[in-house]
Design a protein around this ligand. Structure first.
Ligand SMILES: Nc1ncnc2c1ncn2[C@@H]1O[C@H](COP(=O)(O)OP(=O)(O)OP(=O)(O)O)[C@@H](O)[C@H]1O
Length: 358
C-alpha cells in the first residue's frame, strides 16, 4: 500500500470517528435524515470556503443536534467551524468552481463534492430522497452505512479472527516444541509470522468497523481485545528470537507486515529480508532461537535478567543446557534464581513436548 493510500485511509477513519454513533454530530445528522429535509453541511471555514459562500446569515451558535436539525430545515448549506463545535452560517449558497469534475448528478451532492475537492474541508451531504449520508473530503467520498450492516460485518470478522487465532496458537505451540527439540527451520518461523500477519490484518479490519460504530462498537472491542491479549507482545518476542540483524526494531517489521499492497501476504523472502537476513537464505536451514519468548514465560523473571542471560550464554539451547553454576555466574542471578530458571525451562519443555503429543 503506498503512502497516499495509507493517508487516505487514516483520513477516512478519523472522519468516521467524528461522525460515529454516540457522537452529538451523528445524532444531529440522523435527525436530519429522519426529518427527510436533506442537508448540506460544511465543517470548516478556511479561505477557500469563504470565497465560495454567498448569502445566508450568520448564526454563530454552539453546535447541538437540535440546532443542526432546526437549521437544516432551511434551504442551502450550513457552515460550521473547523472543530464542528459552532454553527457559523445557515442558508448559505455555495458556489464552487464548476470546472472541477464531479461524479455526482444532483446539485447538493455535486456541490458537496466540489467544495470538498477545492477547500479540503469535510462536507456532508444528507440526501432528501435517497436516505443516504455521504461524506466528502478532498477527493475521497464515503457513504455511511447502516449500523446494523456494519455490526453484522464486524461480528463476521470477529468469527474469522477467532478461527485464525486458533490456527496461530497451534502454529506457535508447534514452534515452541520444535525449539526444545532443536529442530526449528526458517519455514517454521515464517509460518508463525504469516499467521500473525493474518490475525493482525483481521484486527485492523475490525478496528475500522469499531471506529465507524462508535459507542455501538464497545462489545466488539471487548471481544477483540480478549481474543488478542498479549498477541503483539508475543510477536515482538518471536521476532527478537529470530531477528538476524538485531538492530532492526521488531515493531517496525510488524508495522510493515500490516501494510503490503493489494492485501496480499508478504512473501517469505521479503519477510526474511525485513528481519535482516541475507538474500537467498535457505528456508530449510536450521535456526536456534535466542530464547526471549520462552524466558518471558518463566514467572517473575525481569527483562534485564533475560537480556543478561542471552548476552552471556547466547541462545535458548545454551541457556537450557547450562548448569546452575553457569547460570549463577550471569549478572543479577543468584543460586535460587538459577534453580528457578532451570526448573522453569524444564517445566516449559515438558509441557510443550506433551502438548505436541496430545
Ligand atoms: N450550491 C448549493 N449551495 C447550497 N445549497 C445547495 C446547493 N445546491 C443544492 N443545494 C441544496 O440542496 C437542495 C436539493 O438540491 P437538488 O435536489 O438539486 O440536489 P440532490 O443532490 O438531488 O439532493 P437530494 O439527493 O437530497 O434529492 C437544494 O434545495 C438546496 O437546499
Amino acid at each position: 500500500m503506498n503512502d497516499e493510500k495509507i493517508t487516505e485511509q487514516k483520513q477516512i477513519s478519523d472522519i468516521l470517528e467524528f461522525v460515529a454513533p454516540g457522537t452529538p454530530f451523528r445524532d444531529g445528522i440522523e435527525n436530519v435524515l429522519r426529518a427527510k429535509t436533506g442537508g448540506l453541511i460544511v465543517i470548516g471555514y478556511n479561505d477557500q470556503v469563504k470565497k465560495m459562500v454567498d448569502g445566508g446569515f450568520s448564526i454563530n451558535c454552539a453546535f447541538t443536534p437540535a440546532h443542526l436539525y432546526e437549521l437544516a430545515k432551511m434551504d442551502g448549506a450550513l457552515i460550521l467551524n473547523d472543530s464542528g463545535s459552532k454553527i457559523l452560517f445557515a442558508n448559505a449558497q455555495l458556489m464552487p468552481d464548476p470546472s472541477t469534475p464531479s461524479s455526482q448528478t444532483g446539485m447538493r451532492h455535486r456541490t458537496a463534492e466540489r467544495v470538498a475537492k477545492q477547500s479540503g474541508v469535510l462536507v456532508i451531504a444528507i440526501s432528501q430522497r435517497r436516505n443516504v449520508i455521504t461524506l466528502y473530503k478532498d477527493s475521497s467520498q464515503y457513504v455511511l452505512k447502516d449500523i446494523s450492516v456494519i455490526l453484522a460485518k464486524a461480528n463476521q470478522a470477529l468469527g474469522t479472527l477467532e478461527k485464525y487465532k486458533a490456527v496461530l496458537d497451534d502454529s506457535i505451540n508447534s514452534l515452541s516444541a520444535l525449539e526444545f527439540e532443536e529442530q526449528v527451520t526458517h519455514t517454521d518461523v515464517l509460518q508463525s509470522l504469516h499467521r500473525i500477519e493474518m490475525v493482525l490484518r483481521i484486527k485492523n479490519e475490525i478496528l475500522s468497523y469499531i471506529s465507524e460504530l462508535g459507542t455501538e462498537g464497545r462489545l466488539i472491542r471487548l471481544q477483540m481485545n480478549e481474543l488478542l491479549s498479549h498477541l503483539e507482545e508475543e510477536a515482538i518476542l518471536l521476532m527478537k528470537d529470530y531477528m538476524y540483524d538485531t538492530s532492526v526494531e521488531p515493531t517496525k517489521v510488524i508495522e510493515k507486515m500490516q501494510q503490503p499492497s493489494n492485501n496480499v501476504l508478504l512473501d517469505d523472502q521479503t519477510l526474511l529480508r525485513l528481519m535482516g537476513y541475507p538474500i537467498y537464505t535457505s528456508f530449510e536451514e536450521g535456526v536456534v532461537p535466542r530464547g526471549y519468548r520462552m524466558l518471558h514465560k518463566i514467572p517473575r523473571l525481569p527483562s534485564i535478567i533475560i537480556e543478561n542471560l542471552i548476552e552471556e550464554l547466547g541462545d535458548l539451547k545454551a541457556i537450557t543446557d547450562a548448569t546452575v553454576q553457569e547460570l549463577d555466574e550471569v549478572e543479577g542471578i543468584g543460586e535460587i534464581r538459577a534453580r528457578k530458571i532451570q526448573q522453569g525451562l524444564k517445566r516449559l519443555k515438558e509441557q510443550h513436548l506433551l502438548n505436541r503429543q496430545l
